[in-house]
Design a protein around this ligand. Structure first.
Ligand SMILES: [Zn+2]
Length: 356
């Protein structure tokens, strides 16, 4: 939620006497930073009623050339070393785009590029604001994600079975503003502004999701979720469950020092295996619930209702429901590929049955 991120800016100083010496940004001449330290050499005072608050800088340093703006959507930042910065995803909307801009301005950085890891609205929603307001910002995305980033109506279209979507699905949660993708990411590496980034293929959560690795940090997008995020959601959203599991396996093989999920806390390598295991369990739990729901034949919405009941999920609104049904459909296709489900045509319409 954008409000949650904005709210996180204002907090009492936890370290009285913190002087904000530069640490790690080469052009600030600082020493080595500690992950989680606040980037920037300034602090400002504000007043709320009669309580003095310190407004902390938005950008949190991870390693010397990486940082992020924490929040419900973590916003990644890669430093190019000459005062330039690359954003890895831009959050939900104009407000998160503005936050990326302010975070970089506070740290004296100039945005030169955006890498959009995948097309979901909560990852690309700030693109339009940043591209409009900052000159020369190029947008990069993978070949499969680019059409959705350029034409965001496609997300509610697929959630509406290909139809022109109803008003309830034309919400900013599902439909960002589109921007042209200037460069397609193909291959394992990407050169931007003199730095070479490693690209990790992480399909499954969406068709062509990618992660980005640089300077000891893997920005893993929705390739995995923090355990606290998993606990809140019944099914970790998938487009292709087999690919999602394979991407988790590939993440587990990586050796960066830190892994930043799109949603959840910054994860040191030492915690990664347990977090990936928690993601696997959540996917298996969902898969079991879908398989159990096939004890009796049913159409997709009937199966979805049974799964919802089995997992004890309260689904608040139509966008969330559309996403949930889509995730159940992904699990049905996954079971079908394993011989555990079949879609048949009946006089009642298309019906799923257990087994092959
Ligand atoms: Zn996503």
């Amino acid at each position: 939620m954008p409000d949650a991120i904005v709210g996180a800016r204002r907090r009492r100083a936890r370290r009285p006497g913190w002087g904000g010496a530069g640490w790690g940004w080469p052009w600030l001449g600082g020493g080595g930073g500690v992950p989680g330290d606040f980037v920037g050499a300034r602090r400002r005072r504000a007043r709320s009623g009669d309580v003095a608050l310190i407004i902390m800088p938005l950008l949190h340093q991870i390693t010397p050339y990486t940082a992020y703006v924490p929040g419900a959507n973590n916003l990644g930042v890669i430093l190019t070393g000459d005062g330039g910065a690359i954003a890895v995803d831009t959050g939900l909307d104009k407000d998160t785009g503005r936050m990326v801009r302010r975070a970089l301005e506070e740290a004296g950085l100039r945005l030169c590029a955006i890498i959009s890891t995948h097309h979901h609205a909560d990852h690309i929603g700030g693109n339009d604001y940043l591209v409009r307001n900052l000159p020369g910002v190029a947008v990069y995305a993978s070949r499969l994600e680019a059409p959705f980033i350029e034409n965001p109506l496609l997300e509610p279209v697929y959630l509406a079975l290909g139809a022109s979507p109803p008003a309830a699905l034309r919400t900013k949660w599902l439909m960002a503003k589109g921007v042209p993708v200037h460069q397609i990411i193909d291959g394992d590496t990407l050169e931007i502004a003199g730095v070479t980034l490693e690209i990790a293929d992480l399909p499954g959560h969406s068709l062509g999701q990618i992660g980005v690795a640089f300077d000891g940090v893997c920005f893993a997008a929705d390739g995995f979720f923090g355990p606290e995020v998993l606990a809140k959601h019944g099914i970790p959203y998938a487009h292709d469950v087999a690919a999602q599991i394979a991407s988790l396996e590939r993440l587990a093989m990586r050796d960066e020092r830190f892994f930043l999920p799109g949603h959840g806390t910054l994860t040191p390598r030492s915690d990664l295996n347990a977090t990936i295991q928690a993601n696997r369990h959540a996917i298996e739990r969902a898969s079991r619930a879908v398989r159990d729901a096939l004890a009796e034949p049913g159409d997709i919405l009937t199966i979805a209702r049974r799964v919802q009941q089995a997992l004890g999920l309260t689904i608040a609104g139509l966008p969330q429901y559309a996403i949930f049904v889509s995730a159940v459909a992904a699990h049905l296709s996954y079971l079908e590929a394993q011989g555990g489900a079949t879609l048949v045509m009946t006089s009642e319409g298309a019906v799923w049955r257990g087994g092959s």
